[in-house]
Write a protein that binds this ligand. Structure first.
Ligand code: C2E
Ligand code: MG
Ligand code: MG
Length: 570
């Protein structure tokens, strides 16, 4: 495992020392001794020393302070530093010819002194080194800056450290790099947590040994995400390869990693955000086998700006009812004449400047920052009222399913809210249905499963959305609390494309049979598809063949019609 101080001292930047001394010759002497190892700045009196300290916040590793200077003297500087919370941690070595001032300056917080005339250079260097080391180790302890599992820096400390590095090297181009392990959660599930931890430790070690010679340093953020701050000009392919090779050898199994780089990071961008950008790039690698390195680029920048805009516009959109709920019919295809069985509520954003924005552009975004909860509450409320209003108008209840995001499952009031909606609108268990995507069952599955069980106990029917796209094992499926399986559209796509075959679809339908639940196919666009699905035992169909999602006024025609012939007008 990485040693405690490795990353800290792998920082290529030199530490900065302030020399406050009025005699020019003495300053030059000290600079000469220190300069190969440290950077120095100089002050000729106490006033200047204070100004320079304040102008370099958090950057000065040590002050060498002459006590006798014209104007403000060293003792006064010590006094002022002690009173300033930002400066009181900066170690001070006092330079003095008078031995009686030593005690006084030690009492005022100086950590050591160097007598005048100056001793041998190596004595001075030894004192300087020791003082800086002691002070940094004290800081290390007080900031708990290490990730206990891997020994790498933790992100907060890493960001501060990187900022400091930038201040010391304003002209150096730096890359923000994010690295993560493909499907780490699967490795964890397959080999167990302890083995997963070991893989993370080995990866951390291999990252350190790869970036240290480049003058970079590293941190771990969250489960399997690693951050690297590194001088520009690195050969990323080689870096990734050497990390992978090293980790694999040790881990004993094949690891796939991907890397995102914010190259020559724009230093006006906040440090943490530079790594968000690198992560954004890394996320675009998803699924690609050959090229697993991606650079942050202008396209991503545009997407990022678009996303920021959508987030900024959200409160106004809610307040001004810009969100609209559309409905897409689901038809029972078992009878010869398909019969309208229910509808799915799908949100649309009628943005005043951007036009109709589709949910796949904002739902994932709002899932990331939690806004989806507020949006979904609005959609559920609208859908529940719609069910009631159609019942009043047409004398029959058309069940409507709403999408419940995995984020909603963390709302402690979820069950109360849904119950209240049912009560307010006089709805029964078969009227308001819940679609929960399969991937919600996989992440932190214990929690999700508990909430879903609770919802079912309260009488809600659960439709597993996008089934087959997640990673639930067959073993897990048999114990899932579900009422309906909605097949992921990808199965329909691959079954019906040229040369495709329906075997996978048949297997999925067999699974539904074994679980004794009806199966819905979505994304059905043609009559041929509908008939083929009917022939292999699919119960319900949703898709453009019957209708796109439409506004409620338009949807009413389907309720009036109730039943539709195969020769649909789509
Ligand atoms: P989903 O829940 O799986 O919804 C089905 C998506 O497939 C809808 O996309 C629908 O318009 C589209 N679709 C239906 N039939 C066809 C077809 O024949 N061909 C094709 N190509 N597409 C078809 P939409 O409305 O863009 O929604 C995308 C996803 O956004 C939804 O996938 C759902 O995960 C999410 N979403 C939509 N509305 C909400 C909402 O109110 N709350 C939450 N949490 N998520 C929502
Ligand atoms: Mg859905
Ligand atoms: Mg779906």
């Amino acid at each position: 495992m990485a040693g405690t101080n490795d990353a800290l001292f792998s920082l290529r930047g030199k530490r900065l020392i302030l020399i406050a001394e009025d005699e020019e010759i003495n300053r030059a002497l000290l600079e000469n001794i220190l300069e190969p190892e440290y950077e120095t700045i100089a002050a000729e009196n106490g006033q200047q020393a204070m100004e320079k300290l304040i102008a370099n916040p958090g950057l000065v590793s040590l002050v060498l302070l002459d006590l006798n200077m014209p104007g403000m003297g060293g003792l006064e500087v010590l006094r002022r530093m002690r009173e300033d919370p930002d400066l009181s941690q900066v170690p001070v070595i006092v330079l003095t010819a008078e031995s009686d001032s030593e005690v006084q300056s030690l009492n005022l917080g100086a950590v050591d002194f160097i007598p005048k005339p100056y001793p041998q250079p190596d004595v001075i260097l030894a004192r300087v080194r020791r003082t800086i080391e002691l002070s940094e180790s004290r800081k290390i302890i007080s900031f708990t800056e290490r990730d206990p599992l891997t020994g790498l820096l933790n992100p907060d400390y890493f960001y501060r450290y990187a900022e400091r590095y930038d201040q010391l090297h304003p002209d150096e181009e730096m890359d923000a790099i994010v690295l993560d392990i493909y499907h780490f959660h699967l490795l964890n599930e397959r080999f167990g947590r302890a083995r997963g931890d070991e893989i993370l430790q080995r990866t951390a070690d291999s990252i350190l040994s790869a970036v240290r010679p480049l003058g970079g340093f590293a941190a771990r953020r969250g489960g399997d995400t690693f951050l690297i701050y590194c001088p520009g000009g690195t050969d990323y392919g080689k870096l990734l390869q050497s990390i992978c090779r090293h980790s694999e050898q040790d881990a004993g199994e094949r690891l796939r990693m991907r890397m995102g780089v914010f190259q020559r990071a724009d230093k006006s961008v906040e440090m943490a955000h530079r790594f968000d950008r690198a992560k954004m790039a890394a996320d675009t690698v998803r699924g690609q086998v050959t090229n697993n390195i991606a650079m942050y680029d202008d396209r991503m920048r545009e997407r990022e700006l678009y996303a920021e805009r959508l987030i900024d516009d959200f409160p106004r959109a809610i307040a001004e009812n810009q969100f609209r709920v559309f409905y897409q019919p689901k038809y029972d295809i078992r009878p010869d004449q398909p019969k309208l069985s229910s509808a799915e509520a799908l949100v649309r954003w009628n943005h005043p400047e951007l036009g109709m924005v589709r949910p796949d552009q904002f739902i994932p975004l709002f899932e990331e920052n939690g806004l989806v909860e507020e949006l979904d509450r609005y959609v559920w409320r609208t859908a529940a009222r719609q069910i009631r209003s159609w019942r009043e108008k047409f004398g029959r209840t058309l069940p409507v399913s709403v999408n419940v995001s995995r984020i909603d499952l963390y709302d402690p009031k979820l069950t109360d809210r849904l119950n209240a909606l049912r009560e307010e609108n006089g709805l029964g268990p078969d009227d308001l249905l819940l679609e929960i995507t399969e991937s919600a069952y996989t992440g932190d599955s214990d929690h999700a499963l508990a909430v879903i069980h609770e919802l079912r106990e309260m009488g809600f029917r659960i439709e597993v959305d996008d089934f087959g796209s997640g990673y639930s094992s067959l073993n897990m499926i048999s114990t899932l609390p579900i009422d309906v399986l909605k097949l992921d559209m990808a199965f329909i796509r691959s079954a019906f494309r040229e040369g495709g075959d329906t075997r996978m679809l048949e297997i999925m339908i067999d699974i539904a049979r074994a679980l004794n639940v009806p199966v819905i196919a979505e994304g059905v666009e043609t009559e041929e598809q509908m008939k083929a699905l009917r022939a292999i035992g699919c119960d319900i169909v949703q898709g453009y063949y019957f209708s796109r999602p439409v506004p409620p006024e338009e949807f009413e025609a389907f309720i009036v019609q109730g039943e539709r012939g195969d020769e649909s007008e789509c």
